[in-house]
Design a protein around this ligand. Structure first.
Ligand SMILES: O=P(O)(O)O[C@H]1O[C@H](CO)[C@@H](O)[C@H]1O
Length: 285
């Protein structure tokens, strides 16, 4: 049995649609087009779902879309929540617990991120193999507070957070689709935002082994792993983080959305092919 509020949200959603999703997808900034791939859609505005937060960021539509991808039942968050929007961290990650209660087994998270790895180019897709949780270093972890044993253990392991089979599948699918030139893997670092990083911060993160920096995803990953869902995550490198005092570049959200638009179709193809393959190959599902 799960806590009453969350159970009510999930129950409410279950009464509204017959789709029982196995895959839950979260769309990053400007990547909401992923949801449009779903067939036989039943969609809810976040404002109509009991206890759900609202999307406040441009490029995050604020809709929960149920549907199927070649027969595979999915649910897709067209828009996520971020710490800087002012929500408590548990509220940001509430959808992961709702996914769990809807029956989701695999969560696919996408985000837009700044590239720190000097070999990365704008438009690269980075499969996330590990993360640095900077807000977590300061005690801001979504599992803070009493542990709900019905979801998971007090001290969940994070060394296996990103599923290695799915990472390999992404590389295989990417190479079949001809995407190898812009497909990478690396370490994602979440900061609180909303201000973009200073040059000194970018240099520090680079030294720490970070390949891409953003303001999301890791909180969702922690809660998804806590309750035993399998996680696959990727970053679209929408801009190069500024590392040089002579640079004229300035990080901005318009550039982020612009790059997302340019690469969205390929990213959607990668994710949808993976979802379809999960169905047909039991090793992957
Ligand atoms: O991580 P997503 O939701 O893709 O959004 C990214 O884009 C915004 C900055 O442009 C930040 O919210 C950052 O986290």
């Amino acid at each position: 049995r799960f806590s009453q509020t969350k159970k009510n949200d999930a129950d409410w959603l279950l009464t509204q649609t017959a789709v029982r999703p196995l895959v839950g997808i979260v769309c990053g900034s400007g990547l909401g087009g992923l949801a449009d791939l779903l067939k036989d859609q039943v969609a809810f505005n976040y404002r109509d779902i009991p206890n759900f937060p609202q999307s406040t960021v441009h490029g995050h539509a604020g809709r929960l879309v149920f549907g199927t991808l070649k027969g595979r039942p999915c649910v897709c968050m067209q828009g996520r929540f971020h710490l800087y929007e002012g929500y408590p961290i548990q509220k940001i990650t509430l959808p992961m617990r709702i996914f769990k209660m809807l029956g989701v087994k695999t969560v696919i998270l996408t985000n837009a991120a700044g590239g720190l790895n000097q070999d990365f180019k704008v438009g690269d897709i980075m499969i996330i193999k590990d993360h640095l949780n900077m807000p977590g270093f300061a005690g801001n972890n979504p599992l803070t507070g009493p542990n709900d044993e019905r979801f998971g253990v007090r001290f969940p392991c994070m060394s296996d957070a990103y599923d290695r089979e799915l990472l390999q599948m992404a590389m295989d699918v990417g190479s079949e689709l001809g995407y190898s030139d812009f497909l990478r893997e690396g370490v994602y670092c979440a900061l609180g935002g909303p201000s973009f990083e200073t040059i000194a911060e970018c240099r520090m993160l680079h030294k720490l082994g970070v390949d891409a920096v953003g303001m999301s995803t890791v909180h969702e990953v922690i809660v998804a792993r806590h309750c035993g869902m399998r996680v696959f995550a990727l970053s679209l490198i929408t801009n190069q983080a500024v590392m040089d005092y002579d640079s004229e570049e300035k990080a901005n959200h318009n550039e982020v959305l612009q790059t997302a638009k340019q690469r969205a179709q390929q990213l959607e193809k990668l994710v949808s092919t993976m979802v379809i393959r999960m169905k047909h190959n039991n090793n992957y599902s």
